[in-house]
Design a protein around this ligand. Structure first.
Ligand code: FVH
Length: 295
């Protein structure tokens, strides 16, 4: 911190793996940080690094206008903060939750006289305070709060404000995480297919990475088609062909003695789209099947 860098004062509730990583970046940057954790012992190393340790959530909240919360889940926020005066506070919730939980927390904070922003952390603790790692946090809710505290919020990781709907940070967070799980599922199935064969996982790894990178075009392509609702123009890998190909994937799994449990749901979805009317949907790409997911 240079002499001209502003020194902020803030409170952090929660010193798990993520909370501790956040705390360290604020302390290392020279900001004045008050911390509280349910298990008090976790605060000791941070006290040695300059954190002020509050004995209770109420004391921690009273210490500063900006209160950052990074607890296990939405229920733990209630455990820590219900009954505590939040009047005039700016509450930033970095606890992972659902969009509905984010909106309910915003209403809960407003009822208590606080401004509120919800956050979705797109980083692991090792990516916090390491800009080169590319981690960032989605924020949504009070734009005024975000603008007021943006500089201090950007100390641990980049900040991306995604709107005043307090549920949208969580929605962006979970959308990205859900895509990640789908990718992990596909990678897991691919490695299971070669298990026991004379193909080393380390030899398949670069091929998988390269292929997944090449197929990344689907992200933007699907976005364009969902916007235009045109699922057929320019299609070079049509649904009828793809559905035939799914049979090959399932039979290969069978031959290799691999469960199809990770890929069957997507195969079933594509088949359902085609079966609804092969003449209409056979010429689409796979994007149209997304519409079947919405209940
Ligand atoms: N760690 C990660 O990789 C991910 C990255 C993306 C974002 N997540 C979310 O961040 C939230 C905190 O995660 P964490 O890694 O810090 O989690 P833990 O290390 O398990 O620490 C949990 C803290 O929550 C406290 N806590 C739990 N229950 C309660 C409660 N009923 N009342 C008060 N505090 C509670 C716990 O306290 P203690 O067990 O030490 O006493 C920890 O401080 C989370 O939403 C991730 O999804 C992390």
């Amino acid at each position: 911190m240079t002499d001209n860098t502003p020194r902020y004062s803030l409170t952090l509730l929660g010193l798990g793996d993520m909370g501790t990583a956040l705390a360290r970046t604020w302390l290392a940057a020279g900001h004045r940080l008050t911390v509280w954790n349910r298990t008090a012992a976790k605060a000791a190393p941070l006290a040695a690094e300059g954190a002020l340790v509050a004995a209770s959530p109420a004391e921690a909240v009273a210490a500063n206008g900006l209160v950052v919360v990074c607890l296990l889940d939405d229920a733990s926020i209630g455990s820590a903060l219900d009954g505590i005066d939040l009047t005039g506070k700016d509450v930033v919730n970095l606890t992972t939750g659902t969009p509905a939980e984010g909106r309910a927390r915003a209403a809960w904070a407003e009822e208590r006289g606080a401004r509120f922003v919800d956050g979705g952390i797109m980083a692991t603790p090792t990516m916090i305070g390491a800009p080169e790692a590319g981690g960032y946090v989605f924020y949504s809710g009070s734009r005024a709060l975000f603008d007021t505290h943006r500089a201090v919020l950007e100390v641990p990781a980049g900040a991306r404000f995604v709107g005043e709907d307090a549920g949208h940070a969580a929605l962006h967070d979970v959308a990205l995480l859900s895509a990640m799980w789908g990718m992990f599922a596909g990678i897991s199935h691919a490695y299971a297919l070669i298990e026991g064969e004379d193909i080393a996982p380390k030899d398949l790894a670069p091929l998988l990475s390269e292929w997944l990178g090449a197929m990344g075009f689907f992200v933007g392509n699907a976005a364009e088609r969902l916007t235009s609702r045109d699922f057929t123009s320019g299609v070079v890998s049509n649904l009828a062909m793809q559905v035939t190909g799914t049979g090959t994937m399932l039979r290969t799994a069978e031959e290799q003695g691999v469960s199809t449990e990770l890929i069957s749901p997507y195969v079933d979805l594509l088949r359902r789209r085609l079966a609804a009317d092969p003449d209409v949907y056979g010429g689409e790409d796979t994007t149209g099947a997304i519409l079947l997911l919405k209940r």
